[in-house]
Design a protein around this ligand. Sequence first.
Ligand code: TMP
Length: 237
Amino acid sequence: MEKRAQLYEGKAKRVFATDNEDLVIVSYKDDATAFNGLKKGTIKGKGVINNQMSNRLMKLLEKAGVPTHFVEELNERETLVRKVSIVPLEVIIRNISAGSFSKRYGVEEGIVFDEPTIEFSYKNDDLGDPLINAYHAVALKLADREEIEEIKRLAFMVNDNLKAFWAGCGVTLVDFKLEFGKTSDGRIVLADEISPDTCRLWDSVTHEKLDKDRFRRDLGGVEDAYAEVMKRLNEHI
Ligand code: TMP
């Protein structure tokens, strides 16, 4: 596999073309941002952890019947994935109140929901990723109705599997963000990453935060938290 020109640089990853037009290489950086890029920093070793963790979780999800972009881990920071066109929706599943949910509705963090919730944000940095509903997403032609139904079905499947997996590691899956892509033959697959950047992960006993909220909220111990969840995953997979 030959690595070719850089196609795209995002806040946490770079994407490179390969000699196969259906495949691209994703390269994970240690750069961290929050609040739509307003807060910038570095989390040492994050790129390695996010790459490896995301790949392990995507493999687990593939086994459970969730199609993903994952093809092959190339090295510590780089992975070969299927080239997709990203559906410009951030798909957020919540099991427990936290973050923008708590802020928006004026409730404390840590309320366990009877059923998981789903919401979409329009992936658009200039607009600050505004909340959007399915009708508006269809009106804006971000996805059609069938695609949104498929995305919802897959997102809840991801939640069922990841919640159970993390519980086995002594970690509570509070909420997370997914992105989906469309392959050249029109299939919806899970894309982007699943990592402490994109999930809220709390220690099941102490409720200590083991995710990017430590960076967002200046709680300290950011690198240690990423290393701790990676260690727990390694012990339980
Ligand atoms: P929120 O409570 O700030 O809306 O975040 C919900 C989940 O989505 C949380 O696990 C963090 C993740 N997330 C991202 O992955 N990217 C983002 O840009 C934001 C705002 C949240």
